[in-house]
Design a protein around this ligand. Structure first.
Ligand code: GDP
Ligand code: ZN
Length: 296
């Protein structure tokens, strides 16, 4: 039976790109129930599947391959890269939102890069301080501008051969950047986030746009909220790379780096080796998580 990848899901249909010929899209229904470790699962966009296509147009999804990752809201399987987009200005950078996004991607086990758009609007030194901070945490940070095209090629190279999801507030320049990289690509991204901004309900459907160079960009408004589904206090601590690297040296295993004695993270904070706002955001998210756990 042929294998393929679900590139779109809509009204009970799954659109599967044939692996042998990705331009061939077969409209499939799901056949029966899929189970993994006893739990029922439904096919997701991004899933690699085995399908059956008795004729050229309609078929059935028969099997779902094991997922490498699963993102919720938007629901996408097997994302290889999250591109977290922030503008240098208009709107201003939000380290709080960035740290939230990073918790989200770390918890989902998805590699992330940070892209700064509109770098032309910022003084060089202001930009480089921020870049250095997050590179020290352990992320790749790429300042870009569609005016002078700095960073554009570097982002393109990051995307090739991967399934990438873009996340960022509306107006940060996601569509502009994607258009600079792939002229002619058309996304619903901007439009939908604007509608959401006006408080309207929009049915979100996720679609993967194939890149000529290989790989896909998910056309979705991207994730914008941090929810604590299936997250424990320790998960949250571990979602901070800069803390996690040091946790082996904490006295207690499972240290949350808050009130515990002989804590390597608190020591590093005192020594100025951990960016202060990261730690502040961590405490804030921990409050939110505890509140969430009390209510659920
Ligand atoms: P999206 O909502 O994230 O898709 O944002 P858009 O791509 O629609 O861009 C929002 C605004 O930012 C538009 O007016 C763009 O012209 C502007 N913009 C995007 N990229 C840049 C850039 O690199 N430099 C400057 N100065 N403006 C940009
Ligand atoms: Zn600790």
């Amino acid at each position: 039976m042929p294998e393929g990848r679900i590139v779109k899901a809509l009204s009970g249909f799954y659109y599967v790109a044939d692996q042998a010929n990705p331009e061939r899209i077969v409209q499939c229904r799901a056949r029966g129930l899929f189970k993994k470790k006893g739990a029922k699962i439904t096919p997701l966009v991004g899933d690699w599947v085995v399908f059956e296509a008795p004729n050229d147009r309609d078929g059935y999804v028969m099997e779902i391959e094991e997922r490498t990752s699963e993102l919720v809201r938007p629901s996408i399987a097997n994302v290889d890269l999250a591109v977290l987009v922030f503008s240098a200005k208009e709107p201003d950078m939000s380290p709080l939102l960035l740290d939230k996004f990073l918790v989200h991607t770390e918890h989902a086990g998805i590699d992330a890069i940070i892209v700064i758009t509109k770098a032309d609007l910022l003084e060089e030194q202001d930009c480089s301080r921020f870049v250095a901070e997050y590179e020290k945490v352990g992320y790749r940070v790429i300042p870009t501008s569609i005016l002078d095209r700095r960073g554009v090629e570097q982002v393109r190279e990051e995307l090739i051969g991967k399934l990438a999801v873009f996340a960022g507030q509306s107006g940060v320049g996601k569509s502009s950047l994607l258009n600079a990289i792939f002229p002619g690509i058309s996304l619903q991204t901007g439009e939908i986030s604007q509608k959401l901004g006006r408080g309207r309900h929009t049915t979100r459907h996720v679609e993967l746009l194939p890149l000529k160079e290989g790989g896909y960009v998910a056309d979705t408004p991207g994730f914008s909220s941090l929810d604590f589904i299936n997250m424990t206090e320790l998960d949250l601590a571990q979602a901070f790379r800069d803390f996690e690297q040091r946790s082996d040296e904490c006295k207690f295993r499972g240290c949350l780096h808050i009130t515990e004695p002989s804590c390597a993270v608190q020591a590093a904070l005192q020594a100025g080796e951990i960016v202060e706002h990261r730690y502040k955001h961590y405490l804030q998210f921990m409050e939110e998580l505890r509140e969430y756990l009390r209510r659920n």
